[in-house]
Design a protein around this ligand. Structure first.
Ligand code: GLY
Length: 394
């Protein structure tokens, strides 16, 4: 168990209490929470905030992303989303930063009859878990978002699925962590043995595979960013998650006029952008929201989600290494899972006992699984291209 000094303790050639590997949202939030408890904290990353969080859309979607077969993950998503209002308020107060945190809710829509049938099956599952999903009549759907295409057959509202802008969140977390006393150390960490700290937290996204042997593999996502013409806001307010002729697409409107259109899910580790992926994303986007064809195309980009064999994060001490804690593998949910990860990892650092919420996400859950060796090998092989930033994604 580590106990804090004063909240303003400095790291000055003194052995840190906590070394965090990775300055993405997860690593920075863990550092902030630990430093605020008076621990001496270093955060190691060659390029803070330049990884997958700079690609991510920032959806806080425990409901729309409650998928079949992922009940335990859904529980953690719901828990973390419930912490988001307080987390955002605390972060805004600590830094004075604007986070692009918006609470209009998410509209889930289906373009064709087939799309709607697929969507309804998922909505029924989400409702069966007690999650707030309200099916809407077509007229109600258009009252919520008049800019939706007339062809859109139906939809449902997930009012508690919100959004934040990761490109504002990460600098704010860095400011908060540094103001609390954490020290950013530029540079790649190649071996955990090179860090001299009482506890090491590995929040290195896909890079965790090479550092720890954990089965984390890159899952590529391509994203397009548009901007509303004439400097105005987008012509819609809700996050839209749609099924469009079999393509899954989301549209995330920002106050700045930006619209994030995402995302592919590809079992590969490169970050090249392909014309075909951009074509499919834009076609699906415009089918749902025709006015997007008039928007400026400002960016195409790809990132690497840190995937795991069961799509859930890896949180807790490595087997036989109580001094090395994993906070990685957040796959499609890094932004929404930031508050709960930071709180529970900081609790583990200071209390030494894992919160029961962490039980399904322990690092040792893969050791008996036949597929873990394959996934680990894939992750390690990919490590040549690793970033150390936590490649969280949402
Ligand atoms: N959670 C959104 C994505 O992974 O694309």
């Amino acid at each position: 168990m580590l106990t804090g000094r004063s909240p303003s303790a400095h790291v000055d050639r003194v052995r840190p209490d906590v070394a965090v590997v990775g300055a993405g949202p997860i690593g920075l939030a863990v550092a902030w929470r630990c430093a605020a408890r008076g621990l001496r904290v270093t955060v190691h990353d060659p390029a803070p905030g330049s990884g997958a969080s700079s690609v991510a859309a920032g959806m806080l979607s425990p409901v729309a992303e409650a998928y079949f077969g992922e009940r335990e993950l859904t529980g953690l998503l719901v828990e973390s989303a419930a912490r988001w209002p307080g987390f955002a308020a605390e972060l805004a107060e600590a830094t004075g930063a604007t986070l692009g945190y918006r609470t209009e809710g998410t509209l889930m829509v289906g373009l064709t009859g087939d799309d709607l049938a697929e969507a309804r099956r998922l909505w029924a599952y989400q409702q069966s878990l007690g999650l707030p999903v309200t099916p809407l009549r077509p007229s109600e759907l258009r009252t919520h978002e008049p800019a939706l295409a007339p062809r859109v057959r139906g939809g449902a509202l997930a009012p508690t699925d919100h959004q934040v802008d990761p490109r504002l969140l990460v600098p704010a977390l860095r400011t908060a962590a540094e103001r609390a006393g954490a020290v950013l150390v530029p540079g790649v960490v190649r071996r955990l043995a090179d860090l001299d700290a009482a506890v090491t937290v590995v929040a290195a996204g896909c890079g965790a595979a090479a550092l720890t042997g954990l089965p984390v593999r890159p899952v590529k996502g391509q994203v397009v960013r548009l901007r509303a013409p004439d400097g105005g806001p987008p012509g819609f307010r809700h996050v839209i998650r749609g099924y469009a002729d079999g393509e899954h697409v989301y549209l995330v409107p920002r106050d700045t006029g930006e619209v994030v259109v995402g995302a592919t899910v590809e079992e590969r580790g490169d970050t090249t952008v392909s014309a075909g992926a951009v074509l499919r994303l834009l076609r699906a986007a415009v089918e749902l929201m025709p006015e997007l064809a008039e928007y400026d195309l400002v960016e195409t980009v790809a990132g690497r989600r840190p995937g795991t064999p069961d799509n859930a994060p890896i949180l807790g001490a490595l087997p036989g290494r109580p001094d090395v804690l994993a906070a990685t593998g957040h796959h499609r949910h890094g932004i929404v899972l930031t508050p709960v990860t930071a709180d529970l990892i900081a609790d583990l650092v200071t209390g030494g006992v894992p919160d029961p919420l962490l039980a399904p996400f322990r690092p040792d859950r893969f050791t008996a699984r036949a597929d873990s060796a394959d996934a680990s090998a894939a992750g390690v092989a990919d490590a040549a291209n690793q970033r150390t930033e936590e490649e969280s994604w949402s």
